[in-house]
Design a protein around this ligand. Structure first.
Ligand SMILES: [Zn+2]
Length: 384
């Protein structure tokens, strides 16, 4: 989390975003004709969508309109480095984004989806470098192009901004969904942003062009007329509800894959190793609840909360050890992984040898030995 001092010194900044031409001049995404044509269709209104927050850097090819699945855009074609914030700060940002959108059918993930439509917000680069907090293609009334790409530039000095980072990413994503700027400083769609709290408001507000707050050209006048009785107004909450329907409900359990050591791997006593896990979930990353234990005992009552599931084992004595890892996502969906580790007195066989030769342990460890077995939980274990 951010130290209050950091917040205090940062909030004086009131950086205008959208100083890029796409918000000002380009308006609606160009029609998808020509070589880069993609499927052009109306979204089914009131159905959920996925928003992929890409913290991992991009090197976008060229296409028009932008396309998250093809990783291409009609601007920002130079590589953008991965976001420098650690897993903890990435989790804080996506958690804040999920809280702002919990009323709508919007699934927010930082893992690139394997299938289906998804808008992508590239979270990287600095405001200095790009001249704005973010940018996005605008004018996509009713989200007819569900795979557009937006940008949030909060690396560098602004990397600690969780509040402003989450609202900037949502502001830019909302442009790709067809939302416009409005004249309410506490709203996410206000054309200026900083690190102070804003939200999607459930009232109608005047659509503005930019930070001048002059009247703006509505991207979707029919929606303004329908929801606000005024083509030049926008109710962001009502628009998001209309577009994406009721809240996304997480009923999927995470999956855990053992990256290292191998199940059944042999170590010479005393064995020290990291247990590296690859976790996938529909809402990854997040704060997982993790239980770890070994043997036939019951699951312990005291789980750990971690954004990077994994742990370290130190000085494991001779024996055959059954490890268990149970993991629950924030919605409480659980999964379990079990694996075995062999520890013996002899050194492990040379690498090219087959693993058919298991060096036997010297019998069951004593209760005392088990009692001191340290299964230490450490923070950084994820590999991607
Ligand atoms: Zn904007």
């Amino acid at each position: 989390m951010i130290a209050p001092a950091t917040l205090a010194t940062a909030t004086w900044l009131a950086l205008g975003d959208e100083r890029y031409p796409q918000d000002v001049e380009l308006g609606p995404a160009p029609p998808p004709f020509g070589h880069d044509a993609i499927e052009f269709r109306d979204r089914e209104l009131g159905t959920g969508i996925t928003l992929y927050v890409n913290f991992d850097g991009v090197d976008l090819g060229s296409c028009n309109p932008s396309n998250s699945k093809k990783n291409c855009h009609w601007y920002n074609n130079d590589p953008i480095a991965p976001f420098s914030g650690d897993t903890q700060s990435r989790v804080a940002i996506v958690q804040a984004m999920r809280r702002h959108t919990e009323a709508y059918g919007i699934r927010i993930t930082a893992l690139r989806p394997d299938e289906g439509d998804y808008a992508m917000v590239v979270y990287g680069g600095t405001e200095d470098e790009f001249g704005a907090l973010g940018s996005a293609p605008a004018g996509d009334c009713l989200d007819a192009l569900p795979n557009e790409i937006a940008f949030a530039h909060l690396d560098g000095d602004l990397a600690p901004w969780v509040v402003g980072g989450s609202t900037t990413a949502l502001h830019e994503a909302a442009h790709t969904w067809g939302l416009d700027h409005i004249d309410l400083p506490t709203e996410i769609m206000y054309p200026e942003g900083d690190n102070s709290p804003t939200a999607f408001d459930d009232r109608c507000h005047r659509i503005v062009a930019d930070t001048s707050l002059a009247d703006g050209e509505p991207s979707c006048p029919e929606l303004g007329t329908e929801l606000c009785d005024a083509a030049g107004q926008q109710n962001s909450h009502a628009v998001l509800t209309r577009l994406f329907g009721p809240p996304y409900v997480d009923t999927l359990a995470p999956t855990i894959e053992l990256v290292s050591p191998d199940d059944g791997e042999y170590f010479q006593a005393p064995a020290d190793f990291d247990v590296v896990l690859d976790v996938v979930d529909d809402l990854h990353p997040q704060a997982y609840t993790m239980w770890t234990w070994y043997g036939d005992g019951p699951r312990p009552d005291d789980p750990t909360t971690t954004v990077s599931p994994g742990f370290r084992v130190d000085a494991l004595p001779v024996g055959t050890w059954s490890f268990h890892v149970a993991l629950a996502d924030e919605a409480g969906n659980e999964t379990q992984l079990d694996f075995e580790i062999e520890v013996g007195t002899e050194p492990p066989p040379p690498p090219p040898g087959d693993d058919g030769c298991r060096v036997g342990g010297s019998g069951e460890p004593s209760r005392a030995t088990l009692g001191i077995l340290p299964v230490l939980l450490v923070r950084r274990r994820r590999r991607r």
